[in-house]
Design a protein around this ligand. Structure first.
Ligand code: MV4
Length: 447
């Protein structure tokens, strides 16, 4: 087992990793930018190293600074959390070169899954359902138009280097094709330095449902059921829940087996997520694979009674997983609390938290790094807490979530709490019958 893990991240996920390390008897090294001097991850870790100024590029994204911190503290592994360097192939490769275990995917796997057209081809070859479309990249607009006519409009062109909704264009008919193509090419070239595009049938009003998998060094992969992440705004998830209101035991089994096949095909080790779109007919299609721990992992932890960070660390250290797939017995939901003003376009609201009281009680878990008197720096993402609630039914979880959100006291900044309270009371959300477009027509006024 590792003796010392460096956590190459900040905020709640850095704390989350430190907590599990403590329980496992593993020493921890925090790294921090000068903006995070007063952060809890710095105080809770056994050691802390300053890695640069507030700008992410010069601190949490600086590979030389982080490797230096690992070297001087003699860390034998690095946990990257999510975001920052968690899916950076170069960082994974350099860690391996320095004999530091990267608790995440290999450089090869990251490159494979980071190129969406390659990922799709790999999954298709493994027998995972994919959305009808081009075989690999499109060579020309003409090829795209011919294919679109064949599969039928609407279609979508996507940047192979994209993901998370960047570099895509929906095309409703042939007259729109040229402009959409040019725009997507321009945008992806500028954003990713790679303007390769592929084409798919556009799936209208889908659900976003992802399967959590864990693989070990012995080639075993198991799945821990699904998370429904359809409640999003501009590709930012706001609420996640498990089990999904629309996933039957039979669909769960098929999606779980597909996810296992996909992960096994690339020899995946550690925790990963296979994202699917589910259409209105209940057909599911591979979308992307995330080779990291995700923000929403706690809902899976609550219903499975598994510590996913512990599983990541154990697997990275060469220990086997139990190899049991999981059937849900409980319900869990997560609301992301962001320092944003939901009544004003979710405008960031950094600043000092003057008063703070977290909710508690049965079935309530708070993962957060903030405290009364803490100043939220403007440099990083605006998530300040996750309220995770579990219970015996979806109705109980929603009631409990509303109760917990009403107990939450936070002053000095605006947060997304009023939005979440309104959502818990919303008949459309309560019905469980919603798609990824749900928030496009939601009333955010007066929150
Ligand atoms: C799609 C799609 C419909 N049809 N692909 C958005 C993020 C990126 N991972 C892929 N995305 C989509 N791909 C086809 N063929 C609709 C989306 C999409 C979406 C997917 C999941 C959750 C929210 C979404 C919001 C807008 C578009």
């Amino acid at each position: 087992m590792f003796k010392k893990i460096l956590i190459a991240n900040r905020g709640e996920i850095a704390l989350r990793v430190i907590r599990t390390c403590r329980e496992m008897g593993i020493n921890t090294v925090a790294v921090y930018s000068t903006a995070d001097r007063d952060s809890l991850h710095v105080r809770f870790a056994d050691e802390a190293v300053c890695i640069g100024p507030p700008t992410s590029r010069q601190s949490y994204l600086s590979i030389p600074n982080i490797i230096s911190a690992a070297e001087i503290t003699n860390a034998d592994a690095i946990h990257p959390g999510y975001g920052f360097l968690s899916e950076n192939a170069e960082f994974s490769r350099i860690c391996a070169e320095y004999g530091i275990k990267f608790i995440g995917a290999t450089a090869e796997q990251i490159n494979y899954m980071g190129d969406k057209a390659t990922a799709k081809a790999t999954m298709k070859a493994a027998g995972v359902p994919v959305i009808p479309g081009s075989e690999g990249l499109l060579e020309s607009v003409e090829e795209g138009k011919i294919l679109a006519k064949e599969i039928g409009y609407p279609v979508i062109v996507k940047a192979t280097a994209g993901g998370g909704g960047r570099g895509m264009r929906i095309i409703k008919n042939e007259s729109e094709f040229q402009k959409a193509w040019d725009d997507a090419k321009m945008e992806s070239g500028a954003a990713f330095g790679n303007d390769g595009l592929y084409l798919e049938k556009f799936v209208e009003e889908p659900r976003h449902i992802e399967i959590q998998v864990v693989g070990d060094q012995f080639g075993r992969v198991c799945h821990l059921s699904e998370r429904d992440c359809s409640i999003q705004r501009r590709h930012q998830k706001l609420v996640e829940e498990t089990p999904s209101p629309i996933v039957s035991p039979e669909l769960r089994e098929r999606m779980g087996q597909a996810a296992i096949k996909g992960a096994a095909a690339i020899g995946y080790e550690g925790a990963g997520t296979i994202e699917f779109l589910v259409d209105k007919y209940g057909e599911f299609y591979f979308m992307e694979m995330n080779t990291r721990i995700q923000v929403e992992h706690p809902i899976t932890e609550e219903v499975t009674n598994f510590d996913l960070i512990k599983e990541q660390i154990k697997v990275a250290a060469g220990q086997p997983i139990s190899g049991q797939n999981y059937t849900p017995q409980l319900y869990a939901m997560e609301c992301r609390i962001n320092a944003e003003d939901p009544a004003n376009g979710f405008r960031p609201s950094p600043g000092k938290i003057t008063q703070l009281h977290f909710p508690g009680g049965h079935g309530v878990r708070i993962d957060s790094h903030v405290y009364a008197g803490y100043t939220i720096p403007p440099n990083y993402d605006s998530m300040i807490a996750k309220v995770i609630v579990s219970g015996q039914s979806r109705a109980e979880v929603m009631t409990r979530m509303k109760r917990a959100l009403q107990e939450f006291v936070i002053e000095g900044i605006k947060t997304t709490i009023p939005f979440h309270i309104r959502l818990m009371d919303d008949p459309g959300f309560q019905s469980g019958n919603f798609t990824t477009k749900y928030l496009e027509t939601f009333d955010f006024s007066g929150l």
